[in-house]
Every structure is written in structure tokens, then in C-alpha cells.
Design a protein around this ligand. Structure first.
Ligand SMILES: NC(=O)c1ccc[n+]([C@@H]2O[C@H](COP(=O)([O-])OP(=O)(O)OC[C@H]3O[C@@H](n4cnc5c(N)ncnc54)[C@H](O)[C@@H]3O)[C@@H](O)[C@H]2O)c1
Length: 263
């Protein structure tokens, strides 16, 4: 049976998904409908893909089996209840929403397991979740994320400015140490990875995050350390930025395509 996708957000990740699904000879998936607040992007899809329906509003996805969000965190909150009620599959990319928007994390936590299974959290710019889920059979003692990004990633960050943190042009500077929830508050643009890890491990309060501004790198580097009675596990992800949106790692868009295909 063909699964119909409703795609919300036509930026880097959205267009990567659109192109991948449209170009591949996959008889099981089709892009049914799209939505973006930017009308120019909607018009572009209408011209290039006349068979794709343009959604009238963000929850206009009744004829879709899978809703993919690749827009902004607020959209996750706007569509969440409707998707859960309808039993559709949901692939949210703005995962930071689950720890930074009030109420969404507890809504997610309270979902019955069967409903939770309809939410496919893409691994995003990190991975290793098969191992994490396996360790969870015994339990996780600690989960830490160290994110290292080039100095330019932190330009105009209000936390850095108000705490008078000086970035150094020659050596790395630790700019934040705290839990995932605080990281979400102070670094809203960098928290999808922290949120993804927190949702699969110890939650926003107990998952620890360190953020480093490193002038010597051009990649976004995430190191994860998990301790359990089963063992100690370290994962390292050195991500190249995407060709068109330097804020987004290429791997993140690919993870969305993988998540959709695995439904
Ligand atoms: N899970 C992860 O690891 C991970 C990694 C990278 C990016 N992301 C997140 O995925 C999302 C998309 O990333 P991107 O690189 O494609 O961003 P992008 O900026 O290239 O595209 C976002 C698109 O969403 C549209 N948009 C904005 N507000 C909207 C709204 N209210 N309704 C509908 N459309 C709206 C914009 O017009 C734009 O076309 C972002 O929230 C980003 O933070 C997640």
C-alpha cells in the first residue's frame, strides 16, 4: 500500500525529502501534500510537482498517512494533538520542541506506548539509538552530550552576550554546562540533538550538556557518553554542514528520509 506523506516546511530538510521521495523509484511512498508559510516555496512546488496538493493550513493533512514536520518548533505543538488523535504517523524534526515548549514533554511522556510508536523520532544529527535502547533494558546511570561548534555558530547568542562570555579566536571556550532543559532555553538553535538524546535517555533535567565554541573546526561535532551497569559507551559524530543551510547537518536531513522509509 502506498503511504502518503504530508510535508510541513520546505526549507533544506523539506526539499531534501521532497526530492528524495519524488526522484526515487519507491512505489511505497508518495508526497501527497505540502505546507510552508512561505508562499514562494509553495508556488515553486506547485510548478515543479503539479500532482502535489498544497495544504491550506498547518493541520490540513487528513488525506495523509505520515506527517513530516521540518519547519520550526512551534509547528510541532500546533499539529501534535491532531496527529495523535488521528493515529497518523508523525516524524518531527524540530525535536527541541519536546523540551523547550511547556507541556509538550509531559504530553509525550504520558502517551500510551502504542500511540508513542506512531511518533518516529529521527536520530537527527546523531545516532547509536539501537545501542541506547538496548542498554535501557537494564538502565542508564548517566547520559552526557558534548557539542562542539565553530565560533560563528554562536554569533548573536543572547546567553553569551548577557553572561559576558568571550569567545577566543585561538582556543576552545566552554560556553555552557548544565542540563538539556537549560541548554534548550539558552541555545534554542542548537538543542535538537540534546532533546533527541534526552528523550531516549534520562529526560531533559538529568541529561547533561556541555557546549564548546571551537575556532579550529568547521564541522558540528557531538560526543555522547552513556554509563550503565552494562558498560560505558562513547559515540562521536563529526557532521559536515548541509550544502545549502550551514546551520543544519547533512546527516539530519538523511535521518528524516531514513525514518520515513522505515515506517
Ligand atoms: N533533529 C535534528 O537533529 C535536527 C537537525 C537539524 C535541524 N533540525 C530542525 O529541523 C527544522 C528544519 O530545518 P531546516 O534546516 O530544513 O530549516 P530551514 O530554515 O531550511 O527551513 C524551515 C522551513 O520552515 C518554514 N516555516 C517556518 N515557520 C513555519 C510555520 N509556522 N509553518 C510552516 N512552515 C514554516 C520556513 O519558511 C522554511 O521554509 C528546524 O526546526 C531545525 O531546527 C533538526
Amino acid at each position: 500500500m502506498i503511504k502518503k506523506i504530508g510535508l510541513i516546511g520546505l526549507g533544506y530538510i523539506g526539499t531534501t525529502i521532497l526530492n528524495a521521495v519524488s526522484e526515487e523509484a519507491n512505489e511505497n511512498l508518495t508526497i501527497q501534500a505540502v505546507y510552508d508559510i512561505d508562499n514562494v516555496k509553495m508556488k515553486d512546488v506547485a510548478e515543479k510537482h503539479p500532482s502535489i496538493r498544497l495544504m491550506q493550513h498547518v493541520t490540513d493533512f487528513q488525506d495523509c498517512d505520515i506527517v513530516v514536520e521540518c519547519a520550526v518548533q512551534q509547528v510541532v505543538a500546533e499539529v501534535f494533538d491532531e496527529i495523535i488523535k488521528s493515529g497518523k504517523h508523525f516524524v518531527p524534526m524540530s525535536i527541541g520542541a519536546f523540551i523547550s515548549l511547556p507541556g509538550l514533554f509531559s504530553k509525550y511522556q504520558k502517551l500510551a506506548e502504542i500511540k508513542k510508536k506512531n511518533i518516529m523520532l529521527p536520530s537527527g544529527a546523531i545516532g547509536g539509538f539501537d545501542c541506547v535502547e538496548t542498554i535501557k533494558l537494564v538502565g542508564i546511570k548517566s547520559a552526557k552530550l558534548q557539542t562542539r561548534k565553530p565560533n560563528r555558530a554562536f554569533r548573536n547568542n543572547s546567553y553569551i552576550e548577557s553572561n559576558n562570555i568571550k569567545l577566543n579566536e585561538h582556543s576552545p571556550v566552554v560556553i555552557f554546562k548544565g542540563n538539556a532543559k537549560l541548554a534548550a532555553t539558552y541555545f534554542p538553535r542548537s538543542i535538537n540533538v540534546a532533546a533527541r538524546l534526552a528523550l531516549s535517555t534520562l529526560g531533559p533535567e538529568k541529561t547533561l550538556v556541555e557546549i564548546i565554541a571551537d575556532p579550529s573546526i568547521s564541522k558540528n561535532i557531538h560526543a555522547i557518553e552513556i554509563e550503565s551497569e552494562v558498560g560505558k559507551y562513547t559515540f562521536l559524530f563529526e557532521n559536515n554542514p548541509s550544502p545549502t543551510n550551514p546551520k543544519t547537518s547533512w546527516l539530519a536531513a538523511l535521518s528524516a528520509i531514513y525514518a520515513i522509509r522505515s515506517i
